[in-house]
Design a protein. Structure first.
Length: 135
């Protein structure tokens, strides 16, 4: 089974233990956690029994500002992904991996990641330095 793990392109840091959890399930699998995310970010619905993601959607008004399932940017894919039609979103027409994955695949597993940090700003870079210092 071909497994692709995306971390660098998503600008995140996570632990070896979390990556090991991620690759225990058949691909495709997403690493998730509960976080407060911006209102323009998507969340999902989960089946906790089967460990499957059942939807990929925009947040409801009630969810904005609350902790919701959040995609970490750490995931595994199998070779089928490369035959999928890209799914475009936003005004710039960006084709996103989660959007493409969920538009073409109805069986996506998940694991909860204990620790991960997204790095898109200088403040987040400082958090990443602290993360490395503590590990």
């Amino acid at each position: 089974q071909l497994i692709i793990i995306s971390l660098i392109t998503q600008n995140i840091i996570t632990t070896k233990e979390d990556l090991e959890k991620l690759i225990t399930l058949d691909a495709p699998t997403y690493g998730l956690s509960y976080k407060k995310i911006g209102e323009n970010y998507r969340t999902c619905d989960l089946d906790l029994t089967s460990k499957k993601i059942t939807s990929f959607r925009m947040q409801t008004k009630e969810e904005v500002g609350q902790e919701v399932p959040c995609f970490s940017g750490a995931f595994t894919l199998n070779k089928d992904f490369f035959s999928y039609q890209p799914e475009y979103f936003g005004t710039k027409g960006e084709a996103g991996i989660p959007h493409t994955l969920f538009a073409n695949n109805h069986s996506v597993s998940f694991v909860f990641l204990k620790e991960w940090i997204q790095i898109n700003t200088l403040a987040e870079l400082d958090l990443a330095r602290k993360f490395f210092d503590s590990h």
